[in-house]
Design a protein around this ligand. Structure first.
Ligand code: 5AD
Ligand code: FES
Length: 351
């Protein structure tokens, strides 16, 4: 197969043999990439039309008990200025977001023992009570199944937990020994089992990542069938062990977005903040390569620059309303349009 045949086969069957997927990723030309993106757009439009869903991201704590080598809020980074939002702060973010048309709130934070299972459940209940028409997404790391069940009962709808890399050897180069890919995958299956819409994903160009690793990630996701897939370029943070590692590239990230769209036609696929960080129009290009979700920051301006997973993160000076206007312009520039809705995965909502 040549690359155009590979793109056609991927679109038709949602799969490629391992070697062909590896060849496509490593040899695709700019001209072939245009064909790949066009196919990805056609598939996304088949299921989601021109709609772009917004998720209001609330980064409610940057305290973390983990020490992942790539992450700026890792426990070992003594320079990180730590913060936590109160329940009232969080509800104020939701109010602002609701008025701006957001119907999904994503509560993202480090693994912070202060937010016990019961405290998190209270937060979920409080948001759900005020905004019953909104979806709540949690992104707070690895927990026991009972904990995930408690939060589901409290009203959580979705859960984001990037697997980061499915290859155990690669996983151990990105994480200290106390974290394992086996446990993370267990969490993902537990979440699905409990009825969450689940998101997994990986960084593109993370240190020591090979093309084979990326293909393994795609194959894992194809088998797991997540409702959401979060991918963005790795970007080094100056106060982490990976400070001198090169960032992932715009092109590789766009190729992977389009490949994931063709591999999982109905998946919710965000054009991430990290993509917008490595290129000023990165998110717009992501939308034109098959992405259909954007996650603008709703965190209070005073803490935004403290949730620094990587250096150079965009939108840290802007207020929520500035971000909303900016997003409106950016999305319309692509020919797509923001849709005020929960934006569930079509697999689940059956729309
Ligand atoms: N560059 C890009 N993405 C990062 N993340 C953490 N650190 C970095 C970094 N340096 C991503 C991880 C994590 C998500 C919340 O942010 O994939 O799952
Ligand atoms: Fe935040 Fe543009 S989306 S300023």
């Amino acid at each position: 197969m040549n690359n155009l045949e590979r793109i056609e086969e991927l679109r038709r069957t949602t799969k490629l043999p391992h070697e062909d997927m590896a060849a496509l990723i490593s040899t695709i030309s700019d001209e072939e990439a245009k064909v790949l993106y066009k196919n990805a757009r056609e598939v996304r439009e088949k299921y989601y039309g021109k709609d772009v869903y917004l998720r209001g991201l609330i980064e409610f704590t940057n305290n973390c008990k983990n020490n992942c080598y790539y992450c700026g809020i890792r426990r070992g980074n003594e320079k990180a200025e730590r913060y936590r939002l109160s329940l009232d702060d969080i509800l104020a973010c939701c109010k602002t977001g609701y008025e701006m048309g957001y119907r999904t709130f994503v509560l993202q934070g480090g693994e912070d023992p202060y937010f016990t299972d019961e405290r998190m459940a209270e937060i979920v209940r409080a948001i759900k009570e005020k905004y019953p028409d909104c979806a709540i997404t949690l992104s707070v790391g690895e927990k026991e199944k009972e904990t995930y069940a408690l939060w589901k009962e409290a009203g959580a709808d979705r859960y984001l937990l990037r697997h980061e890399t499915i290859n155990p050897a690669h996983y151990s180069k990105l994480h200290p020994a106390e974290l394992s890919i086996a446990h993370r995958v267990q969490c993902l299956y537990d979440l699905h089992d409990l009825g969450y819409q689940v998101g997994c994903g990986m960084m593109i160009g993370s240190p020591y990542q090979t093309i084979d690793n990326l293909v393994e990630d795609i194959e894992f996701m194809h088998g797991f069938q997540p409702e959401m897939a979060g991918i963005g370029p790795f970007i080094p943070h100056k106060d982490t062990p990976f400070r001198d590692q090169p960032a992932g590239t715009l092109k590789d990230t766009l190729h992977l977005l389009a490949i994931l769209r063709l591999s999982m036609p109905q998946v919710l696929l965000p054009a991430t903040t990290a993509l917008g960080t490595i290129h000023p129009q990165g998110r717009e290009m992501g939308l034109l390569a098959g992405a259909n979700v954007i996650m603008p920051n709703l965190s209070p301006t005073g803490v935004r620059d403290k949730y620094m997973l990587y250096n150079g993160k965009i939108c840290t000076d802007e207020s929520a309303s500035l971000c909303a206007n900016c997003m409106e312009r950016r999305v319309s520039s692509t020919g797509y349009q923001i849709k005020v809705s929960r934006g569930d995965c079509v697999k689940v909502s059956g729309n």
